[in-house]
Design a protein around this ligand. Structure first.
Ligand code: SF4
Length: 406
């Protein structure tokens, strides 16, 4: 804390959302008058309008400063309240909780907690949780943004782990997809700006030329709702120009799993042999020129070192004859190509024709240039992909499972 005259400058952090931006609170004559960025703090390079407005919140005449008890019936159009002491408020609340637990069990109560992302509950959340658990109550009504639920839960269900943070400090290419970090996540935006200043390429997918879109090396101006087509188009270019990590797709995705041409279903061990495992998936080992089973339970192939096919049509000897199959990745690549404007895929053409993708050829050139930012000399773990989180699950799931789960 520094002090000059009656002015105090107190370092701390803004608690108005989960970003916890480092700041300096300026106190004049005992009153908070200003909140300023604290560049010496790791997240303190900038503050948003809400953080800067903290003095208005703190000093507002309508701010609730002490406990109130309702003295008119619920639903009264003119509700009346009386001020009570903190001790009385705590004793009343504890008494009522105990009464409810005794009469009907602690399960009769539900604790409701506001989101930590947009409120100052980030500090209080663990304490409410502790109270709930000490009370023996299993019911919590927690609000969470659609995007965060996707990030923490759906991503884990889809890919086996939560969405990690992008490695912006080391990346050579930042992709902001529908994500204007400068207005929605200030510390993240500061890190993106630092990455760009360091020389990282910046690709922004956004209908609007705002924030980082105006500074991007490549701005892809999609029309709302056409992101999926763009993602598949980018993937199509990356596959055609061999700008992707083939061994990663082979070893860490369901791309090698064979999909039957006759019914679009994943080939299983039971299709090969009457006594085969119906939950085992099948890939094609090019070296052995034979199928190789994948065990879902162990998450491994029956033999190591197999050179798994990712493309082409494969005749697999089944228990009832030859079954024509294609690897799931081959179907996915085909979908990406159909979304490529040059190849004239029907879906993409129709979207362009009805105006959903904007200028078809312009967008195509853009997606080609954007895809080329993922250049071969760029290590795969050096690309930071930052999505607006509510889109992530749909897009990834749709893209990766395209064809494989029909
Ligand atoms: S983003 Fe704004 S509200 Fe959130 S911590 Fe930073 S300054 Fe405060």
């Amino acid at each position: 804390m520094t002090m000059s005259g009656s002015v105090q400058r107190i370092p701390g952090y803004c608690a108005l959302c989960i970003s916890s931006c480092g700041c300096i609170s300026v106190i004049e004559d005992g009153r908070l008058t200003k909140v300023e960025p604290d560049p010496s703090h790791p997240t303190g390079k900038a503050l948003c309008a809400k953080g800067r407005a903290a003095p208005e919140l703190v000093n507002h005449e309508d701010r609730l400063l002490y406990p109130l008890r309702r003295v008119s019936p619920k639903g009264d159009p003119e509700p009346q309240w009386e001020r009570i002491s903190w001790d009385e408020a705590l004793a009343t609340t504890a008494r009522e909780l105990e009464r409810l637990a005794e009469e009907n069990g602690s399960e009769t109560v539900a604790f409701s907690i506001a989101t930590t992302a947009g409120t100052s509950m980030q500090n209080g959340y663990p304490w409410v949780e502790r109270l709930r658990q000490a009370f023996g109550c299993p019911n919590v009504v927690a609000s969470m943004e659609l995007c965060n639920f996707t990030r923490d839960f759906l991503y884990a269900h889809t890919f086996g782990s939560g969405m990690p943070m992008a490695d912006l400090e080391h990346t050579g290419c930042v992709v902001l997809w529908g994500h204007n970090a400068s207005s929605t996540w200030l510390p993240h935006g500061t890190r993106v700006a630092a990455a760009k200043a360091r020389g990282a390429k910046l690709v922004v997918v956004d209908p609007r030329r705002v924030g980082f879109a105006a500074k991007a090396d490549q701005w892809l101006r999609v029309r709302p709702g056409s992101d999926g087509a763009l993602a598949l188009g980018l993937a199509g270019v990356m596959i055609d120009e061999d700008l992707f990590d083939r061994s990663f797709v082979r070893d860490w995705s369901n791309g090698p799993f064979l999909v039957r041409e006759d019914n679009g279903r994943l080939l299983s061990g039971a299709d090969l042999d009457e006594s085969g495992n119906s939950t085992a998936r099948v890939a094609w080992d090019k070296t052995a020129d034979a199928p190789v089973l994948y065990d879902n339970a162990s998450g491994s192939y029956e033999r190591t070192g197999a050179d798994l096919a990712l493309g082409g049509t494969i005749d697999v000897p089944g228990q009832d004859g030859v079954i024509q199959c294609r690897p799931a990745f081959d179907l996915y690549a085909g979908t990406g190509r159909r979304t490529d404007m040059d190849s004239g895929g029907a879906g993409a053409r129709n979207r362009a024709a009805d105006g959903k993708l904007g200028s078809g050829i312009g967008l195509h050139l853009g997606q080609r240039r954007a895809a080329q930012q993922f250049r071969p000399e760029q290590p795969r773990d050096r690309i930071a992909l930052c999505f607006d989180r509510q889109f992530r699950h749909q897009r990834r799931q749709r893209a990766l499972h395209q064809g494989a789960n029909k």
